[in-house]
Every structure is written in C-alpha cells, then in structure tokens.
Design a protein around this ligand. Sequence first.
Ligand SMILES: Cc1cc2nc3c(=O)[nH]c(=O)nc-3n(C[C@H](O)[C@H](O)[C@H](O)COP(=O)(O)O)c2cc1C
Length: 342
Amino acid sequence: MRPPKGGTPNNHKNMRNPLSLKLGALTLDVPFFQASLSGYSDYAMRRLARCFGCPFALADMMLAKSAAHPGVLDMPCFRPGEDEHPVGAQILGKTPATMARAAAALAAVGYDLIDLNFACPAPKVLRKGRGGALLDDPDTVIDILKAVRDAVTCPVLMKLRLGANRKPECLDRFWQIVTRAVEQNVDALVIHGRTLSEKYRGKADWDILAEVKWRFPHATIVGSGDIFDPSATVELLKRTGLDGFVVARGAVGNPWIFRELRCVWEGRPVPPPPDLAEQRAVMLDHLDWTLQGYPELLGVGHFRKFAVGYARHHPKRKQVLLTLLKAKTRAEVEAAIDAWYK
Ligand SMILES: Cc1cc2nc3c(=O)[nH]c(=O)nc-3n(C[C@H](O)[C@H](O)[C@H](O)COP(=O)(O)O)c2cc1C
C-alpha cells in the first residue's frame, strides 16, 4: 500500500494555529522540537534552543538501568532545569520492568514526557540488544510501551528507524511495531527515515514516513531526517502530511535554525543570519551554561563539539575552527571567541 504520489498533502488547516503539534497531553505551538542527540542535547543546548523559539526539547538518551538506579537522578546533570519546561527524557533499555522504573523515576524528577529509544544504531548498543536491536522484536517493543504507559501519567513517545535494513522481513517488523503501537494509543511516533544499516548515509526516506501517516491518519507521526533547511522542511511537512518533525544535527552549533523555522512556519520574514556580535553572545552563553554542568576541562571539550557548527556562520570558518579546537580552558575559548568575533 502506498500513499498518493508525493504523500498525503496536508492542507495544514492548523497552519499558524497556536496549537500545532499534540504529543498526548502536551501541545506545542509549532510542529517541531529538538531531538535527543546523545552527547549534545544537554541543558545548555536545550536552553539555547528554547531561547530561539523551540517549544520543547528532549534530553540526552539515558540508559534505563542507570535512571532506575537509586540516587543517579539526584545528580544535577540528569535533572531537568527549572526554567526549561516542557522537557522530555529519552530512555534506552530492553527490559520492560526496568524501562518502567526508569520512566517513573524520570517523571518524578520533573520530566514532562518519556521517549523510548528503539532507533540507536551504535554497535555497542545493538550488541546488548537495546535501541535499534529491538526493531527485530516487536513483542518486546510493545511490552515496553505498555509497561512504561502503566508507570507514568505523562505522554509516552517512541523513536523508531525503518528497521534493521531494507529486507522485506525487516520492513514487515517495522510495520508490525507501528501498527501495534498505534493500537496501544502511543502518544506519538518519531521516525527517522533510515534503517539501522543506513546509519546516516544517503537521504532520509520521507516517502515511507508519508505512507505511515497515510495508513495511520489519526496517529501523531513526527518525522526525522535531514532537517537543515527551514523553508524546504516546511514544504516537506506540507507535502508529506506528517504532524511534525524533529531538528537534530541541524541544531548543533546552530540554535538560530529554530528562529528561522518559526518564522517560515508562521509566514513571517526570516531574519538575516546572525551577525558576529550575536554569534559571540550565543557562544559565550553556550560556554557559560555548559560549564555550569561540567568541570572546566570536560566542559570545554564538550563545548568544542559545537565548534564546527558555530564556525560555519563565520566568513573565516577554517581559521576560526582551528583556533576554537585548540582552546583547552575557559579562558582560551573566551580569548578565541574575542579574537574572531569582536
Ligand atoms: C551524534 C548524534 C547523536 C544522536 N543521538 C540520538 C539519541 O540519543 N536518541 C535518538 O533518538 N536519536 C539520536 N540521534 C538521531 C537524531 O535524533 C536524528 O533522528 C537523526 O540525526 C536524523 O536527523 P537529522 O538528519 O536531521 O540529523 C543522534 C544523531 C546524531 C548525529
């Protein structure tokens, strides 16, 4: 079964409607949010996204076993910031009872939504039968969904890929998971339009995502994959009829993407790209907020992961990047930023 060519065009009667994307009881005023990005989507990244108009963000993926362990969630880095609601937690695991305990613990420390990761393609995750490995095991996926739903009252989402690979039996299991999750009234499915074996190669397959929405028009289907260009993304959303999309790599060192997306979505003129003064201010805030959560050397190392994205906005990209990558302390990063952005 395929949808009409180009997907089910969504007239987006709700375009510019202030209530745009429903994730169970949580309603966002625009149809997008920040994805979970392991190693990136910490408090600093989420706070910046929010400053630029992102209505909701997912925190870094957490191992359910850790989240369920007494005391772990007492650590500030695993708790949501008071100023960042609504914010969601994402958990990774293969045992329904542990996933349920983790979800309950995360909801108890203030997360507003739980996302279940059945999409991670990292070999060390797959070897342990977690993340994307469960795409081959629809029964366990649904058992986890049911156990987590019973354990929390907040919305529960599932993050999927299209299957382990493109073999018919893998796609068949993907459809089984989607069908059964929708029957269980999952609050939304967030689907990355690639298989595990495709990792991040090639283009994400939004035609299959359109087919999911076409087959399950009453379910909330959120797409993921290659969200870099705001105008093209809003067009893609209209063409495919999906309910929304998540921004992932496109937001690394580029929180401005949320401002641009909001403008395009709301039909307002897109502001010019950030000037050097704005870039400087944002980078300094990012560094500062990062260092509130990590010791200096670790925090600077973490901040440097965003350097490629930030440097891309500067006319002397290569030189800026080299200087930023060499900086090892807070003072060195600040000096590098001052040297290039003043
Ligand atoms: C470095 C990196 C880390 C990621 N970590 C997670 C994660 O922890 N949980 C998750 O659901 N997806 C994760 N993803 C996948 C993204 O959320 C997203 O689905 C994928 O990057 C496709 O979107 P994009 O092409 O717009 O980046 C990660 C992707 C990258 C590149």
